[in-house]
Design a binder for this molecule. Structure first.
Ligand SMILES: *Cc1c(COP(=O)(O)O)cnc(C)c1O
Length: 351
């Protein structure tokens, strides 16, 4: 605390990202990164773009990337917004669309950045408890609100809502924006992007950080009605005109083009998720059904804190949230087959 801090800064409770330990030889399964590197075509495109033109500002609208996304998802370019990671896209969404006269709704167990944005932008929220099985019940989102946001698949639970349930939430709130944060959808969910032409209040966000192995490049996007996109563009152009640098723009386009590599990576992650789930269950864990690139699990005889600490001693880092309802759970990112085997060996020695 300092006398120089603004009143707002004094009140902030910033997001705490999963740690990025600066040690080698860790089995790092704590931040849901992809265990496989980006497509070789991404590396080639970025390498080719490193030249004198870096002295110039990049395309402020990232038009080529928007066009590539529009083609990929079969929407118009004016239905696409891109930003410096979907965290930035979400921040603009909170400020541009979720700052209304009533509290917004989001699940009690979901992405912990949502309450942080509420604090930053002075938005009231009401948390909606997940069911006892950690599912989102669409009926809970029929109460008056200033907007709705939830991840699908949800994080950190991994549970996925069928598209018909997402649609029910969108239909129940025609006067409010419903944001579906699809950071993990490529690992087993069904995207709501194909509903955006039907519902002007639906906004879908996705990221290149997880399924496209580009967390370090920082590219995220939103797709929805062009009026929603225009609101985001107004905020972006009042904040930072060039959120995506030139290398990020060309890298993201190359990632979208390499569908074969993308399919192979996500297939492996999904197969490995099923193997990890079965092996954890065989060791007595309760594992929630996951449609993401992580599993959420607890053991009836060991606390989450104890397991996370013991795994860390074996140089295996997983995420533990010391929060109500989930303090006994571990969120374990699916790694390479080798990392997953190390995890499973480590776990078998502990339980
Ligand atoms: C990882 C994640 C994001 C943010 O991803 P970016 O790296 O900022 O694109 C957004 N929402 C959820 C639920 C996530 O897990």
């Amino acid at each position: 605390m300092s006398k120089f801090w603004s009143p707002l800064v004094r009140t902030l409770e910033p997001y705490v990202p999963g740690e990025q330990p600066k040690l080698d030889n860790l089995v790092k399964l704590n931040t849901n990164e992809n265990p496989f590197g980006p497509s070789p075509r991404v590396i080639a495109a970025i390498t080719a773009a490193v030249d004198d033109s870096l002295r110039l500002y990049p395309d402020p609208e990232a038009d080529a990337l928007k066009q590539a996304l529009a083609d990929y998802y079969q929407v118009n370019t004016d239905q696409v917004f891109v930003g410096n990671g979907s965290d930035e896209v979400l921040a603009h969404i909170f400020q541009a669309l979720l700052q209304q006269d009533q509290p917004i709704l989001y699940p009690d167990i979901s992405y912990s950045f949502y309450p942080v944005y509420c604090g930053l932008y002075g938005i009231d929220s009401q948390v909606v408890p997940l069911t006892e099985h950690f599912a989102i019940d669409p009926a809970d989102y029929q109460q008056p609100n200033g907007g709705v946001i939830f991840p699908n698949p949800n994080a950190p639970t991994g549970r996925c809502l069928p598209l018909s349930d997402v649609e029910a939430i969108v239909q129940a709130n025609p006067e409010r924006v419903v944001v579906v944060d699809e950071a993990y959808v490529d690992f087993g969910g069904e995207t709501a992007i194909r509903l955006v032409d039907q519902y002007p209040n639906l906004l879908v966000t996705q990221t290149f950080s997880k399924s496209r192995s580009l967390a370090g490049l920082r590219v995220g996007f939103a797709i929805g009605h062009r009026d929603l996109i225009e609101a985001l563009t107004r905020v972006k152009d009042s904040f930072n005109s060039y959120p995506l640098d030139k290398l990020a723009q060309v890298g993201a386009i190359a990632a979208l083009e390499d569908t074969e590599y993308f399919e192979a990576c996500r297939r492996t992650v999904i197969d490995e998720r099923e193997r990890v789930t079965a092996a954890l269950a065989a060791n007595g864990f309760e594992v929630l059904p996951s449609a993401a690139n992580f599993v959420f699990a607890r053991h009836p005889d060991h606390s989450g804190e104890e397991l996370a600490r013991a795994l860390r001693e074996k140089k295996i880092i997983v995420r533990h949230f010391n929060r109500p309802r989930i303090s006994d759970y571990l969120r374990i990112t699916i790694g390479t087959p080798e990392q997953n085997s190390q995890l499973l060996e480590g776990v078998a020695q502990l339980v």
